[in-house]
Design a protein around this ligand. Sequence first.
Ligand code: ADE
Length: 220
Amino acid sequence: MKIDILTLFPNMFDSFFKESIIKRAIENNLVEINIIDFREYSKDPHKKVDDTPYGGGAGMVLTCQPIFDCVNDIKTKDSKVILLTPSGKLFKQNIAYDLSKESHLIIICGHYEGFDERIRTICDLELSIGDYVLTGGEIPALVLVDSITRLIPNVINEESHINDSFNNNLLDYPTYTKPADYNGLKVPEVLLSGDHKKIDEYRKEEQIKKTKENRPDLIN
Ligand code: ADE
């Protein structure tokens, strides 16, 4: 999969892609990530990318020209163009699954007060990562890239995400590792029993219990 991220702040991404699972996915050619500074597409003599809003109001608005030209330059018939905005559809695990099957994602990070509304006409999907407003789309872009990349086949062991939280609308079951007794805090007996049917039942019960407690909205 190829992911192009359009941003005005390319340096924000540097370290994240050089560590851990994402770094390995890039090295193994399972994902290619390009950071594109769309200011470079600006035809303004001062490389301006924003302007004041028609009708008045606070802040600056990203103009159409640099983003239209940039997307037109890199888009192919297989590209999916995603706009990151707090007014987008809420990004969830099922959307991450669907997007992990695409071959080319173009992710547009906004900044400042917002976008010229006409930019929406070149986007296939508008996504928000949650009901809060960030200073820009860079952190949301990292959230998307991270959650989508780990679902690309062979990036992590598939078994690791079969029981992920949110699959089947349930949160993940609790996990433990050695020692079996840490300062009197004991690992549940059933996990030491070697009885896999019982372990599966225990884990399912715990998933339901935790989901009812922390995220009752998922059960309903
Ligand atoms: N840009 C600013 N806040 C955002 C959010 N919550 N989701 C996506 N993009 C954003």
